[in-house]
Design a protein around this ligand. Structure first.
Ligand SMILES: Nc1nc2c(ncn2[C@@H]2O[C@H](COP(=O)(O)OP(=O)(O)OP(=O)(O)O)[C@@H](O)[C@H]2O)c(=O)[nH]1
Ligand SMILES: [Mg+2]
Length: 203
């Protein structure tokens, strides 16, 4: 996809702040520090649009970016950062569960996992919510540049096995990615374009 514009629109801390209107959205979710913001920046080929941080667990809002005046990228708060207080963790669960259950304009969820590590319990929980809500989703195993070819293939197979044990629904695929090299970029854009086309958006 040719990116003609990408801009930050708002941070939504509550449901009342979710944008109104028919604009379809693609949401990025995964544990703290997994590389959500980097993936968004890398897909859009802009540095620093979605803030990348070395302070995990800070963002507790849904951050909306309007792309090509046509669809939103939504950066969801990361989960699983141990030093986050319990009430913040609980509110993460409520916010994301509510978003997945009620956001009708959500056309694709991109669940990001770390290609180096086994999916966590919270990764499995998120996958379960995606399946229960019948949300189309794609799993992206990022930071693939940190592994050798053989290690990556081995880890991807392990990740697929663990995730498939939860269920695969319409979102069984695991795509490898690197925000450093951009490897996997075309496959992710292809999935996003398909989801936008399937949404029959009037825009
Ligand atoms: N080598 C490598 N590093 C990456 C990649 N993606 C992200 N990183 C690094 O991982 C760290 C976290 O990346 P972010 O994009 O901020 O992660 P995030 O999921 O948005 O983090 P939070 O918003 O804090 O939950 C940063 O230091 C990035 O530079 C990748 O594909 N390869
Ligand atoms: Mg981030």
């Amino acid at each position: 996809m040719k990116i003609t514009s990408a801009k930050f629109v708002k941070s939504a801390f509550e449901e009342e702040h979710w944008p109104r209107g028919p604009v379809p959205e693609v949401a990025f979710m995964g544990r703290s520090n997994v590389g959500k913001s980097s993936l968004m920046n890398s897909l859009l080929r802009v540095k620093g649009l979605a803030r990348t941080s070395s302070t995990p667990g800070r963002t507790q809002s849904l951050n909306y970016f309007l792309v090509n005046e046509r669809f939103y990228f939504v950066d969801l708060p990361g989960y699983g950062y141990a030093r986050v207080p319990r009430d913040v963790r609980d509110s993460w669960g409520q916010m994301v569960a509510n978003y997945l259950a009620n956001r009708n304009s959500l056309v694709l969820s991109i669940h990001i996992v770390d290609s180096r590590h086994e999916p966590t319990t919270l990764d499995l929980q998120l996958r379960e919510w995606l399946l229960v809500n019948q949300k189309p989703f794609l799993t992206v195993a990022t930071k693939s540049d940190k592994l050798s070819h053989n290690e990556l293939q081995k880890n991807l197979a392990r990740t697929r096995t663990i995730l498939d044990a939860v269920g695969s629904g319409a979102g069984g695929r695991v795509v490898e990615y690197s925000s450093v090299t951009g490897r996997g970029r075309e496959r992710i854009w292809h999935a996003i374009e398909e989801a936008l086309a399937a949404s029959h958006s009037p825009l």
